[in-house]
Design a protein around this ligand. Structure first.
Ligand SMILES: *Cc1c(COP(=O)(O)O)cnc(C)c1O
Length: 235
């Protein structure tokens, strides 16, 4: 390993340890969760960065771009990592996602859910799916309006090859912590409605990134998606 790569690996391991410790403390402080699953968002970082995180014990990784994600998944197949697709998904890319990823967190249309269901290979377990909610009604963000969630959840729940696991959101940029908590709290109540309707197989509320992880976990996130705080700034 080159000196630069080695320094970088050490930084990633140290950052990961810090984030894990913060999550542990936040879970203890939160009234809603006991444990928070960490998805390390490796988009636009090289394969070596994923390897460094994996060597430090990280198992779950998130990618936004299909080609970049599939290349990493193939290159690191022997590590048996768990891969989450978290970016916007067009219908002509669903096959690659259905064949390679373990989770899709950004489902927001019936057409996409149907294609993922049809294209999930028979020799793999059902694809885990989260519905993406545009909780702040942000024009720049994809995602379902809260009022549309139940209808798509019913559709996904009836599919054999995709498993409805819960909800995901990305907040509007530049909002204050108090406002963030209100948005996350609205997500929690949607999530609770979903659990009441579909039962305990709905178990995942994915919210919180490097900038709003604290507010998210305090309001009940049991999965966070962290990029910058682990891998540094993206190019
Ligand atoms: C990039 C991205 C993240 C990680 O963001 P950071 O601010 O770098 O932690 C999380 N979720 C989604 C959907 C993303 O696109």
């Amino acid at each position: 390993m080159t000196k630069v790569a080695e320094n970088n690996s050490q930084t990633i391991a140290k950052n990961l340890a810090t984030v894990r410790e913060q999550l542990h403390d936040l879970a203890a402080e939160s009234s809603y969760v006991n444990e928070v699953q960490l998805v390390a968002v490796s988009k636009r970082h090289p394969i070596e960065a994923v390897q460094a995180a994996a060597a430090a014990g990280q198992r779950d990784f998130g990618e936004n771009y299909v080609q970049e994600g599939v290349a990493k998944i193939n290159a690191l197949a022997e590590l048996s990592l768990t891969w989450h697709f978290i970016g916007p998904l067009q219908s002509n890319k669903t096959r690659d996602v259905a064949e390679h990823f373990d989770w899709v967190q950004s489902v927001e249309r019936e057409k996409i859910a149907r294609r993922l269901n049809d294209q999930r290979p028979a020799d793999k377990p059902p694809l885990n799916v989260l519905l993406q909610v545009n909780i702040d009604d942000d024009d720049n963000k994809s995602g379902l309006a809260p009022a549309q969630v139940m209808a798509l959840a019913k559709f996904v729940d009836a599919c054999e090859r995709v498993q409805l696991r819960g909800l995901m959101t990305i907040l509007k940029a530049g909002t204050e912590p108090t406002q963030q908590r209100q948005s996350f709290a609205r997500m929690r109540s949607l999530f609770e409605q979903l659990q009441q309707t579909f039962g305990s197989s709905v178990d995942t509320l994915s919210m919180g990134m490097s900038g709003d992880m604290r507010q998210a976990v305090l309001e009940g996130a049991n999965m966070v998606r962290i990029g910058t705080a682990i891998f540094g700034q993206r190019e």
